[in-house]
Write a protein that binds this ligand. Structure first.
Ligand code: PEP
Ligand code: MN
Length: 338
């Protein structure tokens, strides 16, 4: 961290400010005294320093970080990739490609079980499905809630596929005890109380990027979970809000290599919510794999026209089968030609 002091800063103020920094934080302060102003360079762990607090000091002219404000998620302090292993042995982040597929929302036992069987046959390793749905309208279908969770578990029993499903509130954590991966949706990416509580669990967490969140904010949200002791975080790029209206969101594919260089956590891509259009899912899935994604999460419905949620972006099982074949072929090619 670099702090530029105002020219009028007195020697006593400088000495006392340096002491305050060195006593309160795990840092050593270097000083460069110039003709017009003095610059402090803080060496050490600056993650706990509130940059707003520093800039609010009367003697401070400017302050900036030279090191990222997240530590546990940072590749600099953990160079090897984090590999998350589920109880059935499925690995995320080990250099392979993990396909998570299933309906936006669980609608019935028949629906979720039939989709689970078909996506498994196409090579998906994890079943997705929403039981608690964050909908823009309070009048829209809100999910089957606890019953939806039970139906997902039925589908897991029938197929052996681990399940990933979204949590919306802290008080539900116990209810998600038997879920393989807990999803934090885009709308809750900065629900810090939820993130802190999830940090106390040892469940893998699929953390989706917020609609208007920066890459650094996504990593800071991962840091919230990891700071609590849970380092099993999977990052998900699912498109962000831009001025473009053709697609539901704008898929920020550059986030994939950026996240992978800044962090050791696995990164997956959701081409369904990113585009909102089923016909764009195949090309964006291919692009995501080419960009280095560790996996994809794709919405699949047995009858998209009648889906209770997100039918326009859902693939049919046949379409998913084709996409799965293509992305796995591409991944194999990339791994063989590294
Ligand atoms: C979902 O995956 O069902 C979902 C609601 O996604 P997001 O939080 O990315 O909008
Ligand atoms: Mn959806």
């Amino acid at each position: 961290m670099i702090i530029v002091l105002k020219p009028e800063c007195s020697r006593e103020q400088l000495v006392s400010f340096k002491e305050q920094l060195e006593n309160n934080y795990a840092v050593k302060v270097n000083t460069w005294e110039g003709v017009h102003s003095t610059v402090l360079g803080l060496i050490g762990d600056t993650t706990a320093i509130d940059i707003d607090y520093i800039s609010a000091q009367d003697i401070v002219d400017d302050v900036r970080r030279v090191q990222e404000p997240y530590k546990k998620a940072n590749r600099k302090f953990h160079p090897e990739n984090t590999v998350i292993e589920l109880s059935n042995g499925t690995k995320i982040g080990d250099g392979g490609l993990v396909l998570m597929a299933g309906p936006c929302s669980v609608e019935s036992r028949e629906q979720v079980c039939s989709i689970a069987k078909s996506v498994k046959a196409s090579g998906a390793q994890i079943l997705r499905g929403g039981a608690f749905k964050p909908r823009t309208s309070p009048y829209a279908f809100q999910g089957l809630k606890a019953e939806g969770l039970d139906l997902l578990k039925d589908a897991r029993r029938e197929t052996g596929l681990p399940i990933v499903t979204e949590i919306m509130r802290t008080s539900h954590i116990d209810m998600f005890e038997n879920v393989d991966i807990i999803q934090v949706g885009a709308r809750n990416m900065q629900n810090f109380e939820l993130l802190k509580e999830l940090g106390k669990t040892n469940k893998p967490i699929l953390l989706k990027r917020g609609l208007s969140s920066t890459i650094e904010e996504l990593l800071m949200s991962a840091e919230y979970i990891m700071a609590g002791g849970n380092d099993k975080v999977i990052l998900c790029e699912r498109g962000i809000r831009t001025y473009e209206t053709f697609t539901r969101n704008t898929l920020d594919l550059s986030a994939v290599p950026i996240l992978k260089s800044l962090s050791h956590l696995p990164v997956i891509v959701d081409p369904s919510h990113a585009t909102g259009k089923s016909w764009l899912v195949e090309s964006m899935s291919m692009a995501a794999v080419a960009a280095g994604a560790d996996g994809l999460i794709i919405e699949v419905h047995n009858n998209p026209k009648c889906a209770l949620c997100d039918g326009a972006q859902s693939l049919t099982p046949e379409q998913f089968d084709k996409v799965a074949g293509k992305v796995n072929g591409l991944k194999k090619y990339l791994n063989e030609n590294e």
